[in-house]
Design a protein around this ligand. Sequence first.
Ligand SMILES: [Fe+2]
Length: 302
Amino acid sequence: MTRLIEIEQGTVTSSLPEASFRVRHHLAEHPLFRLERLAELAASLPADQIEFNGPVDPNQDPDMTPSNGMTPEETVRRIEDARSWLVIKNAETDPAYKALLDACLDQVAQQTDGLMGAALDRQAFIFVTSPGNVTPFHSDPEQNFLLQIRGSKRMSLFDHRDRAVVSAADSELFPGKHRNLPYRDDFEAKATHQHIEPGEGIFVPIFDPHWVKNGDAVSISFSITWQTQETRRLVKLSYVNAVLRRFGWPQAPAGNNETWDWVKIAAYQALRPLYDAVKKLVGDRCKALAIFLGRKAGQATA
Ligand SMILES: [Fe+2]
């Protein structure tokens, strides 16, 4: 099979790498990433699989994010002048993109002796961005390869364990909480800066916060994300810790007390079906309550 992604031998020594590393790929000329094909994809998917907006800055308030007044399909077709940012989520719902995602992650598993294999919950995201646009400061609850297809990007990447950059409360996940994080210019001295061009990519460790600035041309990036058993466990612990914080009982990060972590995971597994049932019953009211609680916690720790 054609080599799609290349990881230098010896780069990956752990199933959960803590630092970003660079990779090379051969997707820049792939027909699935031509603008015309991406516009077709955007038009074919349900509205909730596409997120897009007008110009933003690294510290963008999610509630004040400007609309660009176009449909997703128009946004892709007019991206050169749209001053916009657009992400197609779960592109793997289209079989062609699913096959490409699987091929990439299978090759990652082969090249890392299975260390980064197992690749559960595989997802593909495609970012289409106007020249100079910005993806605000945020973190993601999954492992990720960001592969640059067209144009260039500069990512400022931070260590999620640095409490001077992200508070303990902001580092935890909570239903309904927006992924964007508070940003200050003085954080930048602590960033690792990664510049990627077509054919280049970077590994983004789970939870490591980052913001991204486009170069002066249209940018297309393919983001392939996945979970392992270990990252699934970290995500569950993050949710439990956030809930306990809201009950006035802030927790040490995962790994501080293995037994207590085990108890929290067991509680999560037991209570999650109940949460899902209530959520199904009350729908948006549940989300509104979660957002309200999230804000209260944010105010309490500001
Ligand atoms: Fe991200």
